[in-house]
Design a protein around this ligand. Structure first.
Ligand SMILES: Cc1cc2nc3c(=O)[nH]c(=O)nc-3n(C[C@H](O)[C@H](O)[C@H](O)COP(=O)(O)O)c2cc1C
Length: 339
């Protein structure tokens, strides 16, 4: 028989990784940033930058596009494309490289992407997205997920959104990450398309209510862990982009509050030290130290002397090229200040 004490004892919450994820971001969410985020959350689902299926298929440097280190898992490979044959091949690569899942980009509004007929413009063609998803699932044998907008241009109603999601789910998509903004494919650039169309969480909530069995994650404008906790009252997952990139340490309690892990105190100096083995490997492969340091800068903010530290760190990292001591020294200086 259970007594009261046993009932009140905290239990570990088992939550799938997608409850909190770090968004795909071109030029930001590369392997180095993901290793940095992994020092902060052991549980979050991390996305790659978008890899274009066509480029992947024709490249003889696939390793550059696909390699990651085991510490980055769980990890989702995001692919951009509209050709089921190429997406089938991308799926095979995802499996061979050891990704946990594969995601189709149906949210990017850039002109380049639009002229390739993929990204957000595919929202106008749910049947094509369904064919893409089927091909990715067959090629990869992995969970296939789709990241999309609430609408594009004048195709922007609850009815169309629901039809899109249902059609794509029937083709085997396991989850949907909804960036809660529409995209204007004419007249706005990608940056404007992340700020000007208003966030409409209510539209995504309506979608979830009308398709309760589908796994729907919310993305867009989630700036703090509290925002995510609130989002999880309605949605199955919370995806964070810019606020994770610009303020990585803001998320240091995420494993505790979302995944029920033991509290950990994570200091900037520890994150930097945690990056040293990865950096050494990168340098051994002829990489530059700046490739890692450019992400590290964001770790120090909101404390006295932060600006100075960042300026000095940038200067040292840009001139050091291959000197790993830069990171050791930076960590030591922060540690002296208790950071
Ligand atoms: C620099 C940058 C690059 C991005 N690249 C991608 C991308 O490759 N694929 C994608 O689906 N979304 C991309 N996005 C969009 C984000 O994944 C996310 O949907 C958007 O920033 C809204 O979330 P946020 O408000 O939490 O940043 C990018 C966003 C930024 C800021």
């Amino acid at each position: 028989m259970m007594n009261k004490e046993m009932v009140l004892k905290p239990t570990r919450i088992i939550n799938p990784a997608y409850r909190f994820s770090v968004a795909p971001m071109l030029d930001c969410s590369d392997s180095h940033f993901r290793v940095l985020m992994r020092q902060i959350s052991r549980r979050a689902l991390l996305y790659t930058e978008m890899v274009v299926a066509n480029a992947l298929f024709h490249s003889n440097r696939k390793g550059n596009l696909l390699d990651f280190t085991p510490i980055e898992k769980p990890i989702s490979l995001q692919i951009g494309g509209d050709d089921p044959k190429l997406l089938f091949e991308a799926g095979k690569f995802a499996k061979d490289w050891g990704y946990d899942e594969i995601n189709l980009n149906v949210g990017c509004p850039s002109q380049r992407v639009k002229s390739g007929n993929f990204g957000a413009c595919l929202m106008a063609n749910p049947d094509q997205v369904a064919r893409c998803v089927e091909a990715m699932a067959t090629g990869s044998q992995l969970p296939v997920t789709v990241k999309h907008r609430i609408g594009i241009d004048n195709l922007d109603s609850d009815k169309l959104l629901k039809q899109f999601v249902n059609r794509v789910a029937s083709a085997g998509a396991e989850r949907f990450v909804v960036h809660a903004r529409k995209a204007w494919l004419e007249g706005l650039n990608p940056k404007q398309n992340r700020t000007i169309p208003p966030l409409q969480y209510d539209r995504v909530a309506k979608l979830k209510r009308s398709c309760p069995d589908l796994i729907i994650e919310l993305n867009g404008g989630l700036n703090t862990p509290i925002d995510c906790i609130k989002a999880l009252e309605t949605f199955d997952g919370a995806m964070v982009g810019r606020a994770a990139y610009s303020h990585p340490l803001r998320w240091q309690q995420i494993d505790e509050i979302i995944f029920g892990d033991q509290p950990r105190c994570i200091r900037a100096s520890e994150v930097i030290r945690g990056l040293i083995p990865h950096t050494q490997n990168h340098l051994n492969k002829n990489g530059k130290i700046w490739d890692i340091c450019r992400h590290v800068i964001q770790l120090v903010e909101g404390v006295p002397g932060a600006r100075l530290w960042r300026r000095e760190f940038c200067r040292n990292a840009q001139t050091a090229k291959r000197d790993i001591n830069i990171l050791e020294e930076a960590a030591r200086k922060l540690e002296d200040k208790g950071l």
